[in-house]
Design a protein around this ligand. Structure first.
Ligand code: PMP
Length: 437
């Protein structure tokens, strides 16, 4: 049984799901993204739940792709956004505004070391584009190294850094090199992080002048199927990159804002301090905002020209982001991600004993992955099976994400207010759905 929840959405009087589907097919750009045989029409959301046009409640285990950090339509975030919208919706960067400055200060206070200067953007892609550019401006070099199986965005530079063919189009990607993925499930060196790092040194020695602009990586690859980089990899790579004159970028678009439970930022789990940190998704709980944070010295690189972004640091988005930060702290959501995430991971590991199809259970906090394989020895991806399980789960009221290069990994990234009861319901539903295969 789904845990009880004290909220009933108001009656829906919009167009039917079929009507929305017709309009989508006719007027929206075509996409390869189809999770369900019959798409859902989601019209309402409250905390960790979503509602369709019939008022049916679904447990949201995807969290809008690791984006809804404090819960759908969290009242304090909604209030902050409404209040600011009524006061000042937009001015422009040439004037001062306290909503922007206050949030920048609050964000900087969450960073280690000398990471104190904030640039606001509208998305994760823009944040990473800016970060890549800063490394090139600061170092005077062009070569960037990213990791295979990573995802960093869909504009020219970030699509170049992204390293999965399914997310790449044939555009020019000069100066980007893709290092071997320190993949603990399929990788040749297992969990021995420093061994994978040697590939980064080889790229520098044999693919560049010996000097690089920078290195970018996620702490846990999200789109790539919740792959936690092998321990010891990042510290070893950071050393190599620094020696080659480059800057290290931590892409915290998915793994930041307490999602990993043990730390506020994903990179902290690896014991490194980056030169530049990028973020989006969880920073706004669904409000479009992103940010780049770096040191005052590195930030100087941007003063050589006028750098400007019309909406970046918009007062409505920054007021919303600031409220998100307050809610995360007040409701101890990072701690909750740790407690509930550890409990959920244990339960999923139990489930793995029962179902041969579960090849791997991994991740941290409320950023977990369950990889399905048709055979544990060969690790053959169970691509069609996962779709059947997802459809069955949807019918029982559970929405979960899917990803990985082969599309065979469940992505478990719910709002951080997820409870143990939600975890029990989710695992029980997954169990039933897998039993039906
Ligand atoms: N970096 C990572 C790690 C991401 O997961 C994503 C989005 N999936 C991005 C960057 C790009 O963010 P956005 O979609 O907001 O442009």
């Amino acid at each position: 049984k789904m845990p009880p929840f004290d909220y009933t959405p108001p009656p829906y009087d919009g167009p039917s799901a079929d009507e929305v589907l017709r309009k989508r097919a006719q007027f929206l750009s075509p996409s390869l993204f189809h999770f369900y045989k019959k798409p859902l029409n989601i019209v309402d959301g409250k905390m960790q739940y979503l509602f369709d046009e019939n008022g049916r409640r679904y447990l949201d285990v995807f969290g809008g792709i690791a984006t809804v950090s404090c819960g759908h339509c969290h009242p304090e975030v909604v209030e902050a956004v409404i209040k600011q919208t009524k006061k000042l919706q937009h001015s422009t960067i040439v004037y001062l505004n306290h909503a922007i400055a206050d949030f920048a200060e609050a964000l900087a206070s969450k960073m280690p070391g000398d990471l104190k200067v904030v640039f606001f953007t509208n998305s994760g892609t823009e944040a990473n584009e800016l970060a890549l550019m800063i490394t090139r401006l600061y170092t005077g070099c062009q070569d960037i190294i990213s990791i295979r199986n990573s995802y960093h965005g869909n504009a020219a530079g970030t699509m170049g850094a992204t390293a999965q063919s399914i997310w790449k189009f044939n555009i020019v990607q000069s100066g980007v090199h893709h290092a071997i993925n320190p993949d603990q499930y399929r990788g040749i060196f297992g969990s021995e992080g420093p061994k994978y790092a040697r590939d980064v040194q080889e790229i520098i020695d044999f693919g560049t002048s010996g000097q690089v602009a920078g290195f970018i990586s996620e702490a846990i690859q999200g789109v790539g199927g919740i792959m936690e980089l092998a321990p010891g990899y990042l510290p070893a790579v950071y050393k190599i990159i620094k020696k080659a004159g480059g800057l290290c970028i931590a892409d915290e678009v998915q793994s930041g804002f307490g999602r990993t439970g043990t730390h506020f930022w994903g990179f902290e789990n690896h014991g490194v301090i980056p030169d530049i940190v990028t973020m989006a998704k969880g920073i706004g709980n669904g409000i479009p905002i992103g940010a780049v944070i770096t040191t005052p010295e590195i930030a100087q690189a941007l003063t050589r020209r006028s750098y400007f972004n019309t909406f970046g640091g918009n007062p409505v988005c920054t007021a919303g982001g600031h409220a998100v930060l307050r809610v995360l702290e007040k409701e101890k959501l990072q701690e909750n991600a740790f407690t509930v995430g550890s409990y959920l991971k244990d339960r999923l590991k139990e489930l793995q004993k029962k179902h041969e199809i579960i090849g791997d259970v991994r991740g941290r906090g409320l950023m977990l992955g369950v990889e399905l394989v048709t055979d544990r020895q060969s690790k053959t991806p169970a691509k069609s099976e996962i779709l059947h399980v997802m459809d069955e789960m949807k019918d029982m009221g559970v929405l979960v994400g899917k990803g990985g290069f082969y599309g065979n990994v469940f992505r478990i990234t719910p709002p951080l207010c997820f409870t143990k009861q939600d975890s029990d319901f989710f695992v029980d539903v997954m169990d039933i759905a897998m039993s039906k295969l």
